[in-house]
Design a protein around this ligand. Structure first.
Ligand code: FDA
Length: 308
């Protein structure tokens, strides 16, 4: 239980706040810590800067819960334009998409069709397409979509949340299917019946799942998406004891969070990748970043009182 986290996650889902807060300059200034800008070009430039340090990128065009099929189709067109620019600039970059941004609430078949188009274009570029994991009601439909997509496109992966009670079984199934996974702790406000809510227990579950996936020696990639460098050290110790080198998995972090650690890990020979989010629909995503680290709210307060 963390009341500050719960309050911020409540605000993330509040439509009035979603419509009003993003207008304030101090909020926009705070978002800049986690996002290089709202335009595709801002994200591409950030990836080019990371590439100088040998760090590849994953792009996410922000948005969720679209209301019409035409909006979901436009998201696909946006990503197809992004793939063209990734190719033109020879960037080592892949894409991760949210199912509700591709129309999951409007129907699974349409969403699968859109995922197929993006997976096929990713395959042209010899890249993986990843699927983000959203809140608990979307987990089963997302895994269903992923299973069907992965049957046709091996170059696909899905995000898995360590805090869910169901996850050990999901990981076992995904391992058996040769899937690629991005393991995270989990960013949503979930009920105690479906998710672990204690930080220490989530950490322990994450470590156990990471080592189980490695030990299962499946065909897919394993990405550990976390800024918890202490936990990563413990996983590395466990992996080494089981005979795995540090390049058996990837470490993924978010743009702007622990940037010095990102560069240090890449320099030390770890496979590091940074997820860059961009776009105008950043409010719920930004609030989840605040909830992960409520002291970020102080940054917002400082920006409120600063002159620029
Ligand atoms: P933890 O929250 O314990 O943070 C460890 C340390 O990292 C903190 O002490 C702090 O120093 C720093 N830190 C972490 N978050 C910070 C923040 N917001 N601001 C400032 N410092 C911060 N979740 C999900 O449900 N579905 C998804 O698809 C994804 N996708 C995803 C991709 C990638 C690449 C990452 C890194 C994370 C996600 N997540 C996610 C988010 C994830 O579930 C989780 O909420 C965050 O990663 C925060 O948890 P940590 O594991 O980083 O540990």
């Amino acid at each position: 239980m963390n009341p500050a986290r719960d309050a911020i996650l409540w605000a993330a889902g509040n439509p009035w706040l979603r419509d009003h807060l993003p207008r304030y300059r101090f909020i926009r200034a705070t978002v800049a810590r986690f996002m290089p800008g709202e335009e595709m070009e801002d994200a591409l430039s950030a990836a080019e800067r990371l590439a100088v340090d040998g760090i590849p990128a994953t792009f996410t065009y922000l948005g969720e819960n679209v209301e019409t099929a035409a909006d979901a189709d436009e998201v696909v067109e946006h990503y197809l334009r992004l793939f063209d620019l990734i190719e033109d600039r020879a960037l080592d970059a892949e894409v991760s998409v949210k199912p509700t941004h591709l129309g999951l609430e409007l129907g699974a078949e349409g969403t699968l069709e859109r995922l197929r188009r993006l997976a096929a274009r990713s395959a042209d570029l010899d890249r993986h397409l990843f699927i983000d994991m959203e809140s608990a009601p979307y987990v089963e439909p997302t895994l269903d979509l992923y299973r069907r997509l992965h049957d046709e496109h091996e170059n696909t992966g899905v995000c898995i949340q360590a805090y869910l009670f169901r996850t050990p079984q999901d990981v076992a199934n995904l391992l058996a299917a040769g899937a690629s996974i991005r393991l995270v702790k989990g960013a949503y406000r979930e009920h105690k019946d479906v998710a672990i809510r204690d930080g220490g227990r989530i950490r322990a579950a994450f470590q156990k799942l990471a080592l189980a996936f490695l030990g299962g020696a499946g065909a897919g990639r394993l990405a550990l998406a976390t800024h918890d460098v202490g936990m990563l050290t413990e996983i590395e110790r466990g992996a080494a004891a089981a005979g795995f080198e540090r390049d058996a998995y990837e470490i993924q972090m978010l743009y702007g969070i622990r940037a010095a650690d990102q560069r240090r890990l890449a320099k030390d020979g770890y496979r590091v990748r940074v997820l860059i989010s961009y776009g105008t629909h950043w409010y719920p995503w930004f609030m989840r970043r605040l909830a992960e680290h409520p002291s970020n709210a102080w940054l917002a307060v400082r920006n409120l009182f600063s002159r620029r």
